[in-house]
Design a protein around this ligand. Sequence first.
Ligand code: FES
Ligand SMILES: [Fe+2]
Length: 359
Amino acid sequence: MATSKEYGLGEHRFPRGWFMIAGADEATTQPAAVRFFGQDMVLYRGETGTPHLVEAYCPHMGAHLARNTTSYIVRDGEQVQGDSIRCPFHGWRFDGKGQCDDVPYSKFVPKAATLKTFPIVERAGIIWMWHDEEGQEPDYPLPDFGGHYGAPGWVQWKIDFMGDLDCHGIEIVDNMADFGHFIPIHGAKDFTYFANEFQDHVLHQFYSAGHRTLTAAEGDQLVLDTWYEGPGFLQSEMAGEYDSFIMIANTPIEDGRSRTWHALMVQVNDGSRPINDEDRAAALAYQEGSRLAFAQDVEIWQNKRACIAPLALPSDGPYGKVRLWYKQFYNPRADAGTFQKRVNGLVVTHDTRPGSKAA
Ligand code: FES
Ligand SMILES: [Fe+2]
C-alpha cells in the first residue's frame, strides 16, 4: 500500500468527486458506522425516508452515535426521530442539518452543539457522497447511469461488495489504460480496437475484441464504451447477447486503501412486457459473469505491491496520461483546468479494424 503523497498525486490526500458509500438498503433507522476518507461517520435514514451521513462522534462528550447496542436510547428505539439522530450517551439530539435540537435535561440548547454533516444523494439504489477537501459544492453532477435504472425492460442491479483492498484508487483507475492485461487476465482475443479519450473530468475507454467464452461465434466482438466521471466510479455500456450497464466503484477508506463494489443491470426486453422471474434469473446470471470478470482484476490488486512508476511501454496504453488526468482531483479545483488541457484528446493504442492504418 502507498499513499497519495507517495504517488505524487498532489496537495490533497483524498480526491474530489462523487463516491459510492453504501447500498441504499444499508441506510436504515438503525444508524450504521461507516468509515471513508479517513473519517468515522454514521449513516442513517430518517423516518421521512431521507438518508443522512454525519460525523460519528457526538460534540457533547464524544460518544459514537452508531456503535452502541446496550443503552436504553437504542433499546427503546429512540435513536432516530423524524430526520434527527439522538446520541445514546446523554440523549442529545441533532437534526438533519446537524444542529442540536434537544437536550433532554436542559431547556438551553447550545448553538455550538453541531454535528458535521456530509452531502449525500440516493440514486440507482446507491448512496453517493460528494467529497471535496476544499468543502465546495459539486463541480460536476452525479450521472443518471444511462437512465436505465428503473427503466422498462431493465432488471435493476444488485450490489456486489468486492472487498476492502490495500490498494490506492490510482491503481484501480490505471485499468482504463491497460491494454496489455485483457488477454492474460480477462481472456480477450482478436482485439480490433482499443483507445482512450480524455474529456475534462471524464475519461473514456473504447474497446472492441473477441473473448474466449463470452462471444459465441468466431469473429464476434464485445464492444464496450467504458468511462469514469471523476475518480470514483466506472460506468460501461456493453452491447452483447443482452445490452447491459456496469458500474464499478472505488472509494478511499484510508489514504491508500479502497473499498470496491460492482453492479450490473440488464435489458431483458424492450419494455413491452413485464419483467418475470425468468428474466430476473437471466439478468443475475449475466451480472455474475461480469462480477467474476471484475474479480480477476481484484485478485491482482489484492496481492500486488504498490506501483509508483509503471515501467510502461507505449503499447501498454497511456498510463502516464491516465495518472495525469487523475491528478486533477487531488489538487485545488482552480488547477483542474490545467491538468485537463494537458491530457484532453483521443489516444489510440490498438486499431486493426478494416480500413485502419494498422490493419
Ligand atoms: S456524548 Fe452525546 S449526548 Fe453526551
Ligand atoms: Fe480489467
